[in-house]
Write a protein that binds this ligand. Structure first.
Ligand code: HAM
Length: 422
């Protein structure tokens, strides 16, 4: 039997209905904050991610699904969507409107990572990107949006961690300090960190190995090395969060796995998810648009891992029970009645009712038994007598009442019932 690939998942009903519930919440909230949806391709030129995310990152060096297509081009399934959003922003010259751009997306991302709970090879992100404003208020607004999403869904016990990772002016100074600190402890580092030390020393702060974590405790902190502009920006962002009553924790050791970040970096974690506790990660990327070949354009965004969000919601029992129960089911006896039932179903669907017909040609008795289990509100019954009389029976399953009506009265009757019930 052919099975789904490791690290990929099918989302079947009723779970797919729960995903839809979460996605609808996301769309509603994005509209409230003035974000509009973008849809970009699932694959791009490999070069876009190499330049955008950074060659030394794990994502680019180890985790990309890169392939050569039949036209001999190197293509990559998107491992994240910020670089692609920026590519689209430039390609369509969106900057020309001289306004702030606020986009969101929901879709699949692909990373060749070791699969485990909360970590997949194809996963889904809800992300937002704000382009063309350096204002700390944008930082505040997107953190507020993420926090409000989780609150609206009812999630509790989340932690918002905030840091500043500086800019090309101040980070090199910090980088040197960090290298000097770790050089003195080189023997204690794990093999990965030994090789990362000169390529990407900030990542050492994020290593999950016990010995490296211990070393990180005493490592120099970036917030002591921020230039005036970065320090002011960071202070202003914190002030806004405090003013809006958004609880957060400063974490000077918070670094992100992608190279484009400048200034604000943040993560929202749900600790019970263990090693994959980051539900949301993001930050500012004031140099990315230039890196990809555009005019200087500051940007900021985040992405929420939807599988992790769904896991957290189910751990807190916050996913609604979704039933497929409709308004009306049709139960008939014989071919002529079945045709008539189909015509009535179509009339009702046109009038905005949810209707289920019997596609298995069951006997009236077994159809009624099956319908009784689904939670449907009404069943329309057309047996031999009704067919001969030009009538139908409408049975209210919850109230255990029924009435016989002329066929032409069915839609009007159910519309009245709908209004009466509100
Ligand atoms: P990221 O931290 O790489 O950032 O991913 C964001 C979120 O996606 C993570 O916090 C996690 O919830 C989820 N995630 C990442 N990898 C996996 C995986 N293998 N399986 C399941 N979930 C995963 C970005 O992708 C940036 N583009 C975010 C951003 C937008 N920054 C600025 N704008």
């Amino acid at each position: 039997m052919i099975k789904a690939l490791r690290g990929t998942q099918d989302i079947l009903p009723p779970e797919s209905e729960q995903w839809r519930y979460v996605e609808e919440m996301i769309r509603k909230l994005c509209a409230q904050y003035g974000f509009q949806e973008i849809r970009t391709p699932h694959f791009e030129k490999t070069e876009l991610f190499q330049r955008g995310i950074g060659e030394t990152t794990d994502v680019v060096s180890k985790e990309m699904y890169t392939f050569t297509d039949r036209g001999d081009r190197s293509l990559t399934l998107r491992p994240e969507n910020t670089a692609a959003a920026v590519r689209a922003y430039l390609e369509h010259k969106v900057y020309a409107d001289q306004n702030v751009t606020k986009w969101y997306y929901i879709g699949s991302m692909f990373r060749y990572d070791r699969p485990q709970a909360g970590r997949y090879r194809e996963f889904h992100q809800f992300g937002v990107e704000v382009l063309a404003t350096p204002s700390p208020q944008a930082d505040g607004e997107i953190i507020a949006l993420a926090v409000q999403l989780f609150q609206t869904l009812g999630l509790h016990d989340l932690n918002v961690f905030v840091n500043s990772v500086g800019c090309p002016k101040c980070r090199p100074v910090y980088r040197e300090k960090l290298i000097a600190y770790y050089e003195a402890h080189q023997d204690e580092l794990c093999e990965d960190c030994k090789t990362r030390l000169y390529k990407n020393p900030l990542r050492l702060l994020d290593c999950k190995e016990e010995a490296c974590q211990k070393l990180a405790q005493d490592a120099p902190e970036i917030t002591d090395y921020l230039c005036e502009e970065c320090a002011d920006h960071f202070a202003a962002t914190q002030k806004l969060l405090t003013a809006a009553g958004i609880p957060f924790t400063l974490n000077p050791r918070l670094v992100r796995g992608l190279d484009y970040y400048t200034k604000t970096a943040f993560e929202i974690q749900y600790a019970p998810l263990g090693a994959q506790s980051a539900i949301c990660g993001g930050g500012r990327y004031d140099g990315l648009v230039e890196e990809i070949g555009g005019p200087h354009t500051p940007g900021i965004g985040f992405a929420v891992g939807l599988e992790r969000l769904m896991l957290a919601l189910s751990m807190q029992d916050l996913l609604p029970e979704v039933t497929a129960a409709g308004d009306v089911a049709i139960a008939t006896h014989g071919e002529a009645a079945s045709e008539l039932g189909f015509a009535i179903a179509q009339e009702l669907r046109a009038a905005n009712f949810t209707v289920d017909t019997d596609l298995l040609g069951r006997s009236l008795k077994s159809r009624l038994k099956q319908v009784g289990k689904t939670g449907t509100k009404y069943v329309i019954i057309i047996g031999e007598t009704e067919l001969a009389d030009g009538t139908v029976i409408i049975r209210d399953l919850a109230a255990r009442e029924q009435t016989t009506l002329a066929r032409s009265e069915v839609v009007g009757y159910l519309q009245n019932e709908r209004e009466r019930r509100g």
